[in-house]
Design a binder for this molecule. Structure first.
Ligand code: TXA
Ligand code: MG
Length: 349
């Protein structure tokens, strides 16, 4: 399939191009588009056969449900059986934005979207290109992240192109995404609501708003005991990822030691670290590739850069990515969740 690549201005996207993209969606084709979190791979959410094409393009297992994207609240009612009480204030505060809510689904949502579940995940993205695209399409748009299944999510049009050229009808390039990690997935059918995936809206923010919110224990916190042999990777670059845990001892010494032992085997090691660690690092380190993710205090910046840093390291031909553990506060929860999954739990303690 020939894939059209269209560059758009984020604030003032070409309306004619967006009309064409919307028409492709209505015709049952797949169009990749930017959101404020990561790029999505969209299809008409009301048409099972269109949604199937997303799974084929990504190589995604069909038992993993998709998020339905809407551009205004009128699109919500037909998709859901009821609106749980907690939803009202959450939607008011965070829509449009990086918060996905789980609702009991109505009959019009096809099985292909929800993977047979009785619930449906819905969010209203904030990116102007996404908003106008959905509005012009006139239908809700089902969209997972626009990467090949298992790879890091795309945060630029070029990332999408690398993974999706030849596989989808159109890629809309609306620039680098602002947040850089995916939306927070919050199950509001439970009391108290439960975070199924940490993301762009933080645990702390939701707790303040809801009073009580739980965090699914499977979300990859480093404290959770894990069986070493159970490798479960996701968001993974080609290179093998190792996370260097913070501890009592001097962190840059510990990081250097890990670097030396991994590169001793002749491997090309890429190093992804904070500004602070880079400053403390001695001259003993000459990584194959180095990227500074930002200050330890600026976890938003780290989230913004994480996935593209993984792709950069791959692009440079790294065999191994050695990455620094960050705090799990605020956006750090999403950062650490993605990092630990990308590492398949390989943590150097
Ligand atoms: O930021 C985002 O959320 C991006 C952009 C494109 O909107 N989308 C995204 O989609 O990350 P995806 O498919 O890569 O991740 C959706 C997550 C998956 O973990 C999926 O299992 C979960 O949401 N999910 C979807 N429907 C669900 C449901 N009914 N119940 C529980 N989890 C659900
Ligand atoms: Mg994904």
């Amino acid at each position: 399939m020939e894939t059209e690549y269209i560059k758009l201005d984020r604030q003032n996207p070409d309306r004619e191009m967006l009309k064409r993209a919307a028409q492709l969606l209505r015709q049952g084709e797949v169009v990749a588009f930017p959101t404020e979190t990561v790029y999505g791979l969209g299809a008409n959410a009301l048409e099972g056969s269109a949604v199937k094409k997303i799974f084929i393009a990504k190589g995604r297992p069909s038992d993993n449900p998709l998020i339905v994207h809407i551009s205004n609240l009128n699109q919500l009612l037909p998709l859901v059986k009821e609106i749980p009480q907690a939803a009202e204030m959450l939607m008011k505060k965070y829509w449009p934005g990086p918060l996905t809510l789980i609702f009991p689904k109505s009959g019009i949502v096809p099985r292909e979207v929800t993977a047979g579940l009785e619930t449906v995940a819905i969010r209203m993205p904030e990116h102007p290109v996404a908003q106008v695209l959905i509005e012009y399409a006139g239908v809700p748009v089902a969209a997972p992240s626009a990467n090949i299944s298992g790879k890091p999510s795309p945060t630029s049009g070029q990332h999408v192109w690398q993974d999706m050229q030849g596989k989808v009808a159109m890629v809309l390039d609306g620039g680098e995404t602002r947040v850089g990690v995916e939306s927070t997935v919050l199950d509001i059918t439970r009391k108290p609501p439960m975070i199924l995936r940490p993301g762009g809206v933080t645990f702390e923010e939701l707790q303040e708003m809801l009073g009580q919110v739980e965090l699914d224990q499977g979300t990859g916190k480093m404290k959770v005991p894990r069986s070493p042999g159970m490798k479960y990777t996701h968001y993974s670059p080609e290179a093998d990822v190792f996370v260097v845990a913070r501890g009592q001892q001097n962190f840059s010494d510990k990081f250097e030691k890990a670097y030396r032992s991994l590169s001793a085997e002749g491997k090309k090691v890429a190093v992804l670290i904070s500004e602070e660690t880079e400053k403390q690092m001695g001259d003993g380190i000459h990584p194959h590739y180095l990227e500074v993710l930002g200050s330890r205090q600026d976890l938003k910046e780290v989230a913004h850069r994480l996935f593209s840093a993984f792709r950069n390291a791959d692009h440079q031909g790294a065999d191994i990515i050695l990455i620094e553990e960050f705090s799990e506060e605020g956006m750090g929860a999403a950062v650490m969740n993605r990092m630990i999954k990308a590492a398949g739990n390989k943590v150097i303690n």
